[in-house]
Design a protein around this ligand. Structure first.
Ligand code: TPP
Length: 288
């Protein structure tokens, strides 16, 4: 069933909150990765708000859904969504990347916070997710396993070993959402190492694979619904996105892969994201 107007508004407002939190967190830490989370915000909010069965009451239930963030450097947005779902206290977000804080620059497994796996070293996320998917099937659980990945992570050979095994074992409870923004740490993907057409590749490996506009929450939702209906094949959503989406000077700029905005840039970004002028000084305290 398609998203109702109310569901669509909920997802869109979660995506906006994810972008605002990301800017504030990376600014407060004075380091981190703002571009990826801004680009992923729409499809991640659709997944977290409409599909992922994870909440404070079931976080320790082995039978719940699982999520693995393969492109772990984009975790500011992930932490924001976990906080919006009540798993991470809001006040912890601004301790992002601080010494001793739970929310480090790459996710650290912590079931109290709903974080299912430690990531950051690109390449192993699909294998881990497949293990979780096969365990769930083996145990007869209904849980679904979701994995986020990226065009950059798709350059890792282990992804394709997992893709082969997932199709072979019919892991229909596994869905990967690939952030395909054509950008990675060292520049545009076509200049570094082009992964070409990932939909065709996943399809050739025996998956149900679709291209989807990663900013169209209704299209992402429909693709996630179709993935749930698959009974034999794992599913891949190749989410076409713009790195830095929502902040004009960050959009499609590889330079914003892993650089914190300064005070002025952070305020400008929040203004573009709809934060009222009068709230900017409190939301972006001067760091100098
Ligand atoms: C195994 C491994 N090699 C290298 C890195 C360094 N690294 C961090 S992010 C990144 C680029 C990843 O590309 P992508 O996720 O597409 O980047 P984005 O779209 O967020 O810019 C690389 C190579 C790493 N984290 N792990």
């Amino acid at each position: 069933m398609a998203l109702t107007q109310e569901q669509k508004s909920l997802v869109e407002s979660a995506a906006r909150q994810t972008r605002v939190d990301t800017i504030r967190m990376v600014h407060a830490a004075a380091c981190g990765h703002p571009g990826g989370p801004l680009g992923m915000a729409d499809f991640m909010a659709t997944l977290f708000m409409q599909h992922l069965n994870l909440n404070p009451d079931n976080r320790h239930d082995a039978k719940r859904d699982r999520f693995v963030l393969g492109n772990g450097h984009t975790c500011a947005g992930y932490y924001s969504l976990l906080s919006q779902k009540g798993l991470i206290p809001r006040e912890d977000l601004l301790r992002f990347r601080k010494m001793g804080a739970d929310l480090q620059g790459h996710p650290h497994r912590n079931h109290d916070l709903g974080i299912d796996f430690s990531t950051g070293s690109l390449g192993n996320s699909l294998s881990v997710s497949l293990g979780m998917a096969l365990a769930a099937k083996h145990n007869g659980w209904d849980s679904r396993i979701y994995s986020a990945s990226s065009d950059g992570e798709s350059q890792e050979g282990q992804i394709w070993e997992a893709a082969t095994a997932a199709a072979h074992y019919g892991a229909s409870n596994l869905t990967v959402l690939v952030d395909f923004n054509n950008v990675q740490i060292d520049g545009y993907m076509r200049d570094v190492m082009d992964v070409r057409d990932l939909r065709e590749k996943y399809e050739a490996f025996g998956w149900h694979a679709v291209d989807v506009d990663g900013h169209d929450v209704e299209a992402v939702d429909a693709a996630l619904v179709a993935a749930r209906e698959e009974t034999k094949r794992p599913s891949a959503l190749i989410c076409k996105t713009l790195i830095g989406k929502g902040v004009s000077f960050m959009e499609n700029q590889p330079g914003w892969h892993g650089v914190a905005p300064n005070d002025e840039e952070a305020r400008k970004a929040l203004l573009e994201l709809g934060v009222p002028d009068g709230e900017l000084a409190a939301m972006v305290p001067a760091t100098a």
